[in-house]
Design a protein around this ligand. Structure first.
Ligand SMILES: [Zn+2]
Length: 127
């Protein structure tokens, strides 16, 4: 499997199946974002099997899914733990400028590549 500079197999894997299956270019884009950010990015969710996604109440068409039947793609989303406002703002800015869509939650950012992988419009939302 492809090795990434900043993220281990364990960090990217589905907690239930341990599988890592990423959409083409996703891991490279994530590594590049991490390079630009220059700070640690603690992933709280990356790849999810359908079973794991259902178990944690994920959206049925979640971009975290491996073998996403709706979009016909593999994982193109991560959640990143975020504690402080300035770091969150900086990561939002960097991700947005690089074409990522951003979901903002109190304790994490959801970052996905819907535009690059699926051709969907770039967006932001608040949980
Ligand atoms: Zn997410």
């Amino acid at each position: 499997m492809t090795k990434f500079v900043h993220f281990s197999h364990a960090e990217l894997a589905c907690p239930r199946t341990r599988a890592v299956v990423l959409a083409p270019g996703f891991g490279e884009a994530l590594d590049a974002l991490r390079d630009s950010y220059g700070l640690a990015m603690t992933l709280t969710s990356a790849c999810r099997s359908a079973e794991h996604n259902a178990r944690i109440g994920g959206h049925p068409r979640s971009l975290h899914l491996i073998a996403n039947a709706h979009w016909r793609c593999d994982t193109c989303a991560v959640d990143v733990a975020m504690a402080d406002g300035p770091s969150r703002g900086r990561l939002i800015e960097l991700a947005w400028d690089r074409g990522w869509s951003v979901g903002i939650a109190p304790g994490f950012l959801h970052l996905d590549r819907r535009t690059a992988v699926l051709g969907l419009a770039q967006t932001t939302w608040v949980y």
